[in-house]
Design a binder for this molecule. Structure first.
Ligand code: CAA
Length: 262
């Protein structure tokens, strides 16, 4: 596919959207056009009440995303670089803030801004050919789309420091061992695996899934007692929803629940 449409959005099944970074000739590197397209796609998805889960992936088997576009960055001064980092942060924050679960389906290189994109997703699955890394120090740079912060929170500060300070790439099995991804699939099978997980999530009560995501995301940034208060409030609020009534009634009546997202 050409750069003219660098992000595609597919709806392979009800409630599930697949966002594909589609710039394989540059290993799906994030340039301004990709970031703009991603931002527009995410804004549209954020407003979609029928959405249940979003999968983010990269076109081709060679890369999820090999990072921010280095050719583009090579011409930047500090001012332009700050604007670029602000755009990257804004787009990845928007992905992180999507009200429904997000899944990164990673095959091939997942480097720099690509690793940062995966870190903005709730769940990460990887094909066996996946390679994760923050190689910015090789370029005289540091991660600029949240990697110095989200990576520590996901894998712990010391492992994150090793990755960011050395630029070392992790193979899929090692990435799983450190908590950078969950299951590792055969090459080419990661999108199907992500779709299966998305299908499972999409079958759950939508109001509950959204509430759980929101409470976990807000709570991790808060002191534990505050986070527990978020949980109690959200738990209680669900008792005012039709879907909680339906879910519990269905269990008691030994039948499948029919959720209505309300
Ligand atoms: N930006 C721009 N173009 C890139 C790119 C990137 N990040 N990564 C790969 N490409 C391009 C290559 O320039 C090449 O294009 P041409 O065919 O026109 O020459 C094409 O994609 C294929 O790449 P290679 O020929 O290099 O493929 P390879 O198999 O030999 O190597 C690789 C693969 C090891 C991933 C290598 O491409 C590489 O090291 N890429 C850069 C990875 C990197 O440093 N990422 C971090 C970027 S900085 C960043 O992301 C900052 C931030 O936090 C915001």
């Amino acid at each position: 596919m050409s750069d003219a449409r660098p992000v595609t959005v597919d709806r392979p099944e009800p409630g599930v959207a697949v966002l594909t970074i589609d710039r394989p000739a540059a290993l799906n590197a994030l340039n301004a056009a990709v970031l703009d397209a991603l931002e527009a796609a995410v804004a549209a998805l954020a407003a979609d009440a029928d959405l249940r889960c979003v999968i983010v992936t990269g076109a081709g088997e060679k890369a999820f995303v090999a990072g921010a576009d280095i050719g583009l960055m090579a011409g930047m001064d500090p001012r332009a670089a700050l604007a670029f980092a602000e755009t990257g942060h804004r787009v990845l924050d928007a992905i992180e803030a999507l009200p429904v679960p997000t899944i990164a389906a990673v095959g091939g290189y997942c480097l720099g801004g690509g690793c940062e994109l995966a870190l903005a997703c709730d769940l990460v699955y990887a094909a066996e050919n996946a390679r994760f890394g923050q190689p910015e120090v090789k370029l005289g740079l540091i991660p600029g789309f949240g990697g110095t912060q989200r990576l520590s929170r996901r894998v712990g500060p010391m492992r994150a420091a090793e990755m960011v300070l050395s630029g070392r790439m992790l193979k899929a099995d090692e990435a799983r061992a450190v908590g950078l991804c969950l299951d590792v699939t055969p090459k080419g099978a990661v999108l199907d695996h992500a779709l299966a997980v998305a299908r499972t999530i999409a079958a759950m009560a939508p109001v509950a899934v959204r509430a759980a995501k929101q409470v976990m995301a807000r709570g991790i940034e808060a002191p534990l007692a505050t986070a527990h208060a978020y949980e109690r409030a959200a738990f209680a609020n669900l008792f005012a929803t039709a879907d909680a009534a339906e879910g519990m009634a269905a269990f008691v009546e030994k039948r499948a629940a029919a959720f209505e997202n309300r």
